[in-house]
Structure formats: structure tokens, C-alpha cells
Design a protein around this ligand. Structure first.
Ligand code: UDX
Length: 435
């Protein structure tokens, strides 16, 4: 068996990307310190309490904790005790659409002041093109001694809900650096994954990340626009997507029409790419349209419900699914938030259920909506059920039982999960998107 070289790694940021990256690198045999300035989060992690739900993550943390995986609040400790430093802190959107890179700037200065031996600094957070360059300039400006360092960009493509799987089974690994040494270290580090590694310069690696997420978002908006035409023409978008996807040049993924994309990546990354393109001198009109289609898709769905129920005031609507996608409790930019707010504004009352994110949703909606204990509790006496997230649990629903609990048997399927004919056969009125 081939023995791979192991490294001392620090991952800065214990968010979705950082924590998964830290746990997975420790699983590969590296010694990893995961640092975060959120004291509460680190103290919970040290008690083995996960800050969010992600399949298989807890298992990996439990397995490697205090053997190869450590959690700390001290950036200083993390910097001094590692050869490779991954920056995986948040880059939240600002009002103007640009990314807030202040955390990265602070960390770059800290690293500069604490350089005690050669370090490879790797940006993992999604950042605008030319951020790597800025990190390098900052470290050069603030460093106090002659210690060498390198910078690399190694964008992360993991999806929430399958992040651990994605880490160990990547389609490709992208490494952007101008240093031979950095290239060798990262090739060694990732060797156990046996994936294709694309080596390029930093700016190109950063653009690869922008372009990947924007292209996927564009695919979703494209099929959502086609879905609207299908509604107008009386065609079926599911069949259109299936036929499109069989063409290898198009591919079958990310062609599911529905209420649009959400989450902390696509909306924010698209905005940041639009912003940086404009700043560099190019108006990326295509992406503006992608964003517009996505934003109007939620209202389009509510209009369809209104068309069926006529007046929403005093109607009870059951919402099944709140998270922006299944297998996560993440509600950031979830389409459910806008949809529920539209419905509340029209005077509807809401009873909601999500297998994982009821607790997180309580912080957003407070007592403006009723949080149900389960599917059947949510739908009781409702005028309509809206499916907003395609959880497996919902696919096994006993529709005969549901029908008896509803006031009127109307289903609005925001993720095109069900078959219209089957539900109509059972006596439901069905609202789909393009189907
Ligand atoms: C995305 C990228 O896929 C990942 O590579 C990157 O690292 C982070 O951003 P994530 O946000 O976790 O990952 O979710 P993803 O599975 O890509 O879905 C994003 C959104 O698009 C979800 O709201 C999902 O419901 C929606 N979607 C996805 C559709 O509406 N239709 C589709 O066909 C696919």
C-alpha cells in the first residue's frame, strides 16, 4: 500500500466548508487544528456538539477528535503549529453585491505577524478573482522576518447535504499557484483521493470557482424559464429536461425546474461574480438575467397558488420543507422564506414542518407561523399543501391519509416531486411548475 505524506494543517473557520475540510483531512491521516474565533462554537465542538447538520460529519469528528483533529480559538496557536493553513472563513455579501473580505484581510495580517516557519497559505473560501494576489501583497507588507511562504487557491466544490461524500469523491481538484513547492505539497496532500488535479495560476483557479457556480445557477434558471413556457404552451418540463439531459454536451444534472436555487453559495457567488466582472470592465448581462429569473420564480409559484385558491386571506397553508435543499438544516437564502412571507402578506396562516430546520426557522418567523411536529400535524385542516424541499420523507407520504386531513385537497409542488396524473387520480388538484 502506498504511504502518503501527512501534514500539520490548520483550517481557519469552522463553518460548513472549514469544518468539513478539517474533519476530512484528519480522516486522511493529517494532524488538523480547526480554528474559529466564535468561542461558543469551539467550546461546543470540544464537547462534540456539531454547529450544523451535515450527514457523516459527526461520525468523522468523533473518530478523529483529539487523535488528529483539534479545535481551538487561538489563531496564533493554529498558525505556529502548521505547515499548511487553509483559509475557510465566511465572505458574506455586502449591500452592493461585493463580498466582505475583511475577515480574510485580518487573517492575512495575523499570518504575516506570526510566520515562524515556511507556510503554505491556501484560500478555500469562495472569493473574488485577485483575492489570492491581495493576500500575498498583505503578507509581504506586514511580515516581520525573512521566513518564506506561498499562496495557493484551492476552491471548494462541496455541496451541503453531501459535503463529506463530495470531499472524498471530487470530480476534480483545482489548485492555483505560481510556486513549485506549493504545487508539490498540495498534490501530495490530495494524492489519497486519486482525483484529477488541475494545476493553474491563482487568478484562473478563482475564476473556475466563479464560473462553476454561475454556470450551475444558469442551468437552473434556464430550465425554470423553459418551465414557464411549458406552462403557457401546455408542455411538460420534466420530459423536456430528461430529453435535454441525455445529450452528453448538456448533461442531466441541475435541470430540475422548481422554485429556484437558494443557499449560501449560488445567490451570493453569482452576485459577487456580477460585481467583480463589472469592476473589471465587463457587464455580465447573462448572469443578471439568471438572477432575475431565480428571484421571480418564487412569486410565480405563489401566483399559481393564488390562481387556484383565489383569495389567500384566512386560508391555512401547510408548508412541507423549509431548508434550501434536502439533507441540511440550512435556511440561508432558502426560497421558503420569501414564499412564506408572500403568503403571510396575503393574509394566509401557515403551518410548517421540516425534518431538520424547524428550530432554525423559529428564529426567523417567531410565532408568526405554527411549527408542526410532523407532516400530518402540519396538513390538518389546511386548504393547500406546498412542498418546498424535496426531502425523502415527503416522497413516502401516505396521500390517502393526507387527503382525509385536508380541508381541500390541493397540492402545490414547488419541486416537481410528484406525478400530476397519480395525484389527480387520488382526487387532488395539482399545481406543478411547467408540468
Ligand atoms: C453549491 C455547489 O453545487 C457547490 O459545488 C458549491 O461548492 C457550493 O454551492 P449547495 O449550495 O450546497 O452547493 O447546493 P446545490 O446542491 O448546488 O443546490 C443549490 C440550490 O439549487 C438548491 O436550492 C437546490 O434546490 C437548487 N437546485 C439544484 C434546483 O433548483 N434545481 C436543480 O436542478 C439543482
Amino acid at each position: 500500500m502506498k504511504i502518503y505524506k501527512n501534514y500539520n494543517i490548520t483550517v481557519i473557520g469552522a463553518g460548513h466548508v472549514g469544518l468539513v475540510t478539517a474533519a476530512c483531512f484528519s480522516e486522511l491521516g493529517n494532524k488538523v487544528i480547526c480554528v474559529d474565533n466564535d468561542k461558543n462554537k469551539i467550546s461546543k465542538l470540544n464537547k462534540l456538539i456539531m454547529p450544523f447538520y451535515e450527514p457523516d460529519l459527526e461520525k468523522l469528528v468523533l473518530k478523529n477528535f483529539k487523535k488528529r483533529l483539534f479545535f481551538s480559538n487561538s489563531l496564533d496557536y493554529g498558525i505556529r503549529n502548521s505547515q499548511i493553513i487553509f483559509i475557510a472563513v465566511g465572505t458574506p455579501p455586502k449591500e452592493d453585491g461585493s463580498s466582505d473580505l475583511s475577515a480574510i484581510e485580518i487573517i492575512s495580517r495575523e499570518i504575516a505577524l506570526k510566520l515562524n516557519s515556511y507556510k503554505l497559505i491556501v484560500e478555500k473560501s469562495t472569493v473574488p478573482v485577485q483575492t489570492g494576489q491581495k493576500i500575498k501583497e498583505t503578507i509581504l507588507r506586514y511580515k516581520k522576518n525573512n521566513v518564506e511562504f506561498d499562496i495557493a487557491s484551492n476552491p471548494e466544490f462541496l455541496r451541503e447535504g453531501s459535503a463529506v461524500y463530495d470531499f472524498f469523491n471530487p470530480d476534480r481538484i483545482v489548485v492555483g499557484t505560481d510556486s513549485k513547492k506549493a504545487k508539490e505539497i498540495l498534490k501530495n496532500l490530495y494524492a489519497p483521493l486519486k482525483s484529477k488535479i488541475i494545476i493553474t495560476d491563482i487568478n484562473t483557479a478563482e475564476i473556475i470557482k466563479h464560473a462553476s457556480n454561475s454556470f450551475l445557477a444558469a442551468k437552473i434558471s434556464f430550465i425554470n424559464a423553459v418551465a414557464r413556457i411549458c406552462d403557457l404552451a401546455g408542455a411538460n418540463v420534466k420530459d423536456v429536461a430528461y430529453a435535454l439531459g441525455l445529450d452528453k454536451r448538456i448533461g442531466k444534472y441541475f435541470l430540475d425546474a422548481g422554485i429556484g436555487y437558494g443557499g449560501f453559495c449560488f445567490p451570493k457567488d453569482l452576485e459577487a461574480f456580477l460585481y467583480i466582472s463589472k469592476k473589471l470592465g465587463y457587464e455580465f448581462g447573462l448572469l443578471s438575467e439568471v438572477k432575475k429569473i431565480n428571484e421571480t420564480q418564487k412569486l410565480y409559484f405563489v401566483e399559481k397558488i393564488k390562481e387556484k385558491l383565489w383569495i389567500l386571506k384566512d386560508k391555512k397553508i401547510a408548508i412541507l420543507g423549509l431548508s434550501f435543499k434536502p439533507n441540511t438544516d440550512d435556511l440561508r437564502f432558502a426560497p421558503s422564506i420569501d414564499i412564506i412571507n408572500y403568503l403571510l402578506k396575503e393574509g394566509a396562516s401557515i403551518s410548517a414542518y421540516d425534518p431538520k430546520s424547524n428550530e432554525a426557522a423559529k428564529k426567523i418567523f417567531k410565532d408568526n407561523i405554527y411549527f408542526a411536529k410532523n407532516i400530518y400535524d402540519a396538513v390538518k385542516n389546511s386548504d393547500c399543501i406546498c412542498f418546498l424541499t424535496e426531502w425523502e420523507e415527503f416522497k413516502k407520504i401516505d396521500f390517502k391519509k393526507i387527503k382525509k386531513l385536508l380541508k381541500t385537497p390541493i397540492i402545490a409542488d414547488g419541486r416537481n416531486m410528484f406525478n400530476r396524473k397519480e395525484l389527480e387520480f387520488l382526487g387532488f388538484e395539482y399545481i406543478g411548475i411547467g408540468t
